[in-house]
Design a binder for this molecule. Structure first.
Ligand code: HEM
Length: 141
């Protein structure tokens, strides 16, 4: 990822930050629409979950310019997800719901360059998380 891509991600995430709870609602609605069985893995009351997701995304987005700083936390997060029943194949589905949410939230701000930057960042992060949690052979990249 280039430093321009990091800047695009940080600037675009800053635009959804003021509506982060709404963005998280859109995200989970979309996730459960495209992957209905995943809904049963989550608690009934999603209030805290929405906050945790957006807070974690904020940490990752802020840490992108110094990726090494977020890798230990991302590794631990990935390993906790194994006990939530998360499988490697869930990661692309979550990525698709995330990018869809950003597209809705950003409107005309969702340019091809912004889309490429988010796609690259999620691909990198999820590939790392999958390899940490399930071993190198399962990694997407
Ligand atoms: C980069 C990708 C992801 C991020 C940043 C993320 C973030 C989080 C965070 C912050 C939590 C709160 C608990 C904790 O910190 O351990 C959580 C819980 C959870 N996540 Fe994720 N997650 C990601 C990918 C996934 C995927 C691919 C799935 C698969 C469906 C998933 C399903 C869950 C479930 C089921 C819980 C637990 C809910 C509960 O029982 O309280 N997550 N996630």
């Amino acid at each position: 990822m280039t430093s321009e891509q990091v800047a695009l991600i940080q600037q675009s995430f800053a635009k959804v930050a003021p509506i982060s709870d709404q963005a998280a609602m859109i995200f989970y609605d979309r996730l459960f629409e495209i992957a209905p069985p995943v809904k049963a893995m989550f608690p009934h009351d999603m209030t805290e979950q929405r906050k945790k997701l957006m807070a974690t995304l904020a940490v990752v987005v802020n840490g992108l310019s110094n990726l090494e700083s977020v890798l230990p936390a991302a590794s631990a997060l990935a390993k906790r997800h194994v006990s939530y029943g998360t499988k490697p194949e869930h990661y692309p589905v979550v990525g698709s719901a995330l990018l869809w949410t950003l597209e809705k939230g950003l409107g005309s701000g969702w340019t091809p360059d912004v889309a490429d930057a988010w796609g690259a960042a999620y691909g990198k992060l999820s590939g790392f998380m999958i390899s940490e949690a399930y071993g190198q052979s399962q990694a997407a990249e």
